[in-house]
Every structure is written in structure tokens, then in C-alpha cells.
Write a protein that binds this ligand. Sequence first.
Ligand SMILES: [Zn+2]
Length: 210
Amino acid sequence: MTVSNLNEHVKAIIEVGKRMGQKNYTPGYSGNLSVRLGNNVLITTSGSSNGFLTENDLVLMDFNAKPINSDKKPSSEKFLHIEFYKQRKDINAVIHTHPAALTAFASAGLDLTEPVMPENVYYFGGIPLAEYGMPSSDDLVKNTSKFFKDYDAILMANHGVIIGGKDLEDAYQKLEIAEEYAKSIIYAKILGGTKVLSKEDADKVLSLRG
Ligand SMILES: [Zn+2]
């Protein structure tokens, strides 16, 4: 990893954090972003605000969450990110955040696994709900990481969402799709309820996932 490479990843995280802020997907100090860089992870620091990141708000750590040549503190949810990378070789970027609509489902104890919109079925299969664990706790990692093997996006009960992507752009696009999908489901429920796809139609979309 050269310094200029590292700087590119720093810039990319700052840029995606800003986009998340503009969309109001990352209220206040909530949430954290990371990318896998070989045997290390570049992650936002504890207490940083994703919409307004600077170079100082990022730290390189190893897979034991130990900062490399830095006294900065990695995000308190660092072990969630590390666990996602450990379980999924195809995931190279992770976003954890508390956007309003997805967090509404997580707070109501509802998952997003019903097949309603083909696009959502295609990108996620479904978005399951992991049991509650205190923020930053081993329980939270244990309860949430059960789903990493089979899902790219997981709701965390009474908390928020975590999304993995093949790169940072992919993770961001999936966050946008998932959050806007959650809004559509809420609107549909206000309009009288969702019409779920038939099993046959859902299976047709699932078969395209590869
Ligand atoms: Zn959180």
C-alpha cells in the first residue's frame, strides 16, 4: 500500500460520507465507514461525523483493531466491520449507519424480507433483522454477524443497518437502494398495505442473482 493509494481511499471515504450526509443517511455522529486494504482496514474514527469527515477522521488498523502508526481511536463498531471482512472475501467496503426509514423498521422489530419490489429482491434477496445487542458490544457483533455469510445488508434491532459492498461505491449504492426501498414500503403501508410478489415472480428474480 503506497501513500498515494492510501490517500485515494481516504478521499473516497470523505466523499461518500459527504454524499451520505447530503441525503441525511448519517445523522450527527452516528455511523461509520471502512474499506479493506489488503490485511488492514481503513476506518472512520470514534466520534467522527460522516457528513463532515476530514483526513484526521480516518485511521488504518489491522484485523485485531489495532491502529497502525497512529494514536487515533478506530470507530467503536470496528469489530463488526472486521467480522464482515473475515467472513466475506468479496466484501471490500462496509457502511454502518442509522438512516431514518431502515432504522424505523429496525426499531419496530420488522425485517424487510417480503418480496415487494423486484429490484430489492435482486440486490439483497431480503434484508433480515438481527437481534438487539448493546452498541459496540460483543453481543452486537455475534447477533449481527450471523447474517454476514448470506446477506449484504442487515438491520440491527433498535439501532440501524450495516451494508457490505464489493467496493465503497457499491456499498453506498446499496445503502441508497435499501433506504429508499424502506421509505417506499412505509408509504405503501400508509396507502393501505404492500402487495407482495407471488413466489413464482420472486423466484424468477432470485434466479438472476447468480
Ligand atoms: Zn450505530
